[in-house]
Write a protein that binds this ligand. Structure first.
Ligand code: ATP
Ligand code: MG
Length: 430
């Protein structure tokens, strides 16, 4: 059979899933600390949700969506990002009426984008993201940013950089838009066809173009910062102030524009500055989207969030040459010799597991020596051996693989004894 995984997807093998689980756990734990609650939405949505909220001039909507007709002739799309679904759900379930505001949510799951595969860019990838909806307090902008930074810190990353910008409010954006059109229009024929389309529809997106990024007009483009009205500038100043209170260093990049159309005020990205990380250095991106809830039919509710992929987080950890603690562990490997002993092994392994002791056994009738090798490879703390002698004495030989010490333990107290031995073993490791 020559069927392989589809391009842009990958199998995460048993040797790798340990790291994934560590990251997933630290993410869930961080969200618990910050009081963000998990939300799980469908993997596919009505296509219109994304064209309306992500925006039809974005790369996502123009070239990256997996869209299909279902058998009922509905246009559905595999979700390319999480914010649209979360906001849809927020409106559908009237979360704006929840007594506790803002509503703080997180999600973690696969996203799908038809992209050219390269390191750190896949067609199916896992995003973790948060959304805080219902507050326009700049302190929550700082909280959202600090949660992302905290996840990276807990993953052991040191070489990361936070870049922020303000896109201002609608008024600021309108005057900036005018300035952008005046800036690019005379030379727009030197730009890619996407940018030519963007000029009238959404000139801000020209600044985010990956094709024309080196064009000289990019560097001289009017900066949003110069067009912020008083209110927007004051908001941005507050966000920066709170970040300073949290001791989170940041850089301001006036050309930082986020991929989605509905961003305003705060926009930010977190990048890896580790040597050898490769071309794609952005680990996470986020920003404020006041107005999005209204676009999706809810009452005016300001929101802010970010998203990061686990794949890029793991690549960054690798680039910093950090290693993960081994979270696989086996307490006891149970070995039996002979037909009668086998029955006891099956019974014992089950009993140990019922008592929250990780246990395993042989299923291939291998020699005792080979089974001992398995126990070593599986990094078992203890081995239990049951042969004819032991059976007769209704006991098993309990062997500590780190010291080689062994003792005969009666079946009746075996679970207790194994538990005690594990505690002693764990104490000694400390
Ligand atoms: P890029 O500029 O790299 O295409 P983006 O602006 O499309 O990023 P967002 O939509 O903001 O990315 O997604 C947030 C985060 O999700 C990114 O910072 C990155 O960590 C991750 N991400 C986005 N696309 C992919 C992908 N195809 N494969 C893996 N991770 C991705
Ligand atoms: Mg992209």
């Amino acid at each position: 059979m020559d069927i392989k995984v589809p391009r842009g997807t990958q199998d995460i093998l048993p040797t790798e899933t340990g790291k994934w689980q560590i990251v997933e756990d630290l993410i869930r734990e961080t969200c618990r600390m910050y009081q963000y609650k998990e939300i799980r939405t469908p993997i596919f949505e009505h296509t219109e949700l994304f064209t309306r909220s992500v925006g039809d001039t974005t790369d996502i909507v123009q070239k990256e969506m997996y869209t299909f007709q279902d058998r009922g002739d509905r246009s559905l799309t595999l979700r390319p990002e999480g914010t649209a679904s979360v906001v849809r759900s927020y409106v559908e379930h009237k979360m704006f009426g929840y007594p506790d505001q803002p509503v703080k949510l997180y999600y973690m799951g696969p996203m799908f984008r038809y992209e050219r595969q390269q390191a750190g860019r896949y067609r199916q990838f896992v995003q973790f993201g948060i959304e805080a909806i219902g507050s326009a307090d700049p302190a929550i902008d700082a909280e959202v940013i600090s949660l992302a930074m905290s996840v990276y810190q807990k993953a052991g990353l040191k070489q990361i950089k936070l870049v922020i910008n303000s896109l201002g409010d609608t008024e600021s954006r309108v005057s900036h838009k005018e300035a952008l059109v005046n800036h690019f229009a005379p030379h727009i024929d030197e730009f890619c066809s996407d940018c030519q389309n963007r000029l009238q529809k959404n000139p801000l997106r020209i600044l985010d173009c990956k094709v024309d990024r080196e064009h000289s007009l990019m560097k001289t483009a009017p900066s949003l910062t110069d067009y912020l009205n008083e209110e927007s500038a004051a908001y941005f100043a507050k966000v920066k102030e709170y970040l300073s209170v949290l001791n989170i260093p940041f850089e301001v990049d006036p050309n930082l524009v986020r991929g989605l159309d509905y961003y305003n005020h705060t926009a930010f990205e977190i990048m890896s500055v580790a040597e050898g990380f490769g071309a794609i250095t952005t680990l996470a991106g986020g920003g404020r989207y006041n107005g999005l809830v209204e676009v999706l039919g809810g009452p005016s509710s300001p929101g802010i969030g970010f998203a990061m992929s686990i794949e890029r987080l793991l690549l960054a950890v690798e680039a910093e040459k950090n290693t993960w603690a081994d979270n696989s562990s086996l307490d006891v490997y149970v070995i039996g010799m002979g037909e009668a002993a086998k029955k006891k092994v099956v019974e014992l392994v089950y009993e140990l597991r019922q008592n929250n002791i990780t246990a395993d056994q042989d299923f291939l009738d291998r020699k005792i020596k080979t089974q001992m090798k398995s126990a070593d490879r599986l990094k078992a703390k203890f081995v239990l051996v049951i042969g004819d002698d032991e059976l007769e004495k209704q006991s098993a030989m309990l062997k500590d693989l780190s010291t080689g010490n062994q003792q005969l333990v009666p079946f009746s107290t075996l679970t207790e004894q194994v538990k005690n031995s594990i505690s002693t073993w764990v104490e000694a490791e400390k």
